[in-house]
Design a protein around this ligand. Sequence first.
Ligand code: FHN
Length: 420
Amino acid sequence: MAGEEGAIREAARQRPDARHDPRLDWWRDAKFGMFIHWGLYAIPAGTWKGQQILGIGEWIMYRARIPVREYEQLAKQFNPVQFDAAEWVSLARRAGQRYLVITAKHHDGFCMFDSKVTDYDIVDATPFGRDPMKELAAECARQGVRLGFYYSQTQDWHHPDGDGNDWDYDEGAKQFDRYVREYVAPQVRELLTNYGPIALIWFDTPRRMTPEQSRLLADLVHELQPQCLVSGRIGNQVGDYAEARDNAIPDTAVDMDWETPATINDTWGYKSYDHNWKSPRELVHKLVDIVSKGGNYLLNVGPAAEGVIPEPSVERLLAVGRWLETHGESIYGTRAGPLQGLGWCRTTQKPGKIFVHVLEWPQGGELRLPDVGRPVTGAALLDDPAQPLDLAPAAGGGLIIRGPATAPDPLDSVVVLATA
Ligand code: FHN
């Protein structure tokens, strides 16, 4: 965990005048999204020429310094015939995720959409020949999930002028500004022209982006689709919302609209041997922790090359979704809670209600809460509202609530306080 300063890089902070922008209202209420990292890197899945490559799966080209001409060959094998957009979107929906963000282009430069700006894309360069972004856009519209595109605007290890590849190209000879204007901008235009309404563009790793380049791209997005949001990692504090570091959660509430992108195991792109899955309980606790501090949780899945989301991810997402079915009221549409910095519980709130998320249920069921700053008129478990819980003022201030002796929910039990 890190404080706000540590959890959110300065360049990825929210544009100050976006803090009360109503275009973000749906996003502020959504709280939970699905991140999908999917690309050619799913084929090697963490192993190159018989060697397991250290680090996150989608970085294999960089980590193994794979020459462009060699990495490109992967496209000829990419044939994810098991990809089913309806299934992916339905999984997000059943997990309770209200938006979905997928890699249209990651740092390896391979375009997972049909681009006219290059042939290095899934329609032109693979036997698959389909545009999964088109299929996802149609399904998201049908199933009511908002769609966003991840787009790596700075790093592009395939493009001679993109940032990052110094094993094929001479860094000093790169014309980065030309790449932004003549390659990135036209591709962002394609993404915002050919796929219907797009909820957000998730730019990443700003690195050498100048304020002018960040603004150029943000302005382009807003010109093409005024409602479309821009992630904080466009850089230079130009984004519509702040982006925390990967898997980082601030210590207490942050006065910004912000999001934590997070892995479900230890990689974003599929790695065949990463089995370090977080448990459903850990995932619910992270969701609650983030939401209690005013943030959104963008939880990643890394589908395999055949187009299938790994089963351990599916099981965990469905478990979180089941918890949300009965506890969603304490998450969606809430704001950061009045009590911050307590170890055993987190709070979220809506007008007239405070939700106390008891992460560690005390033995015997007696909950001692510090003063919540306003009169409390009643308490009940969220999943048993007809049964009021005993409520008494504590001697030195605050409240004592008497709940059941053992945790009513194994993942997170929620007590609702009615407030004046
Ligand atoms: O370098 C990327 C990484 O591969 C992944 O996409 C994450 C997701 O937040 N972003 C960058 C590192 O912060």
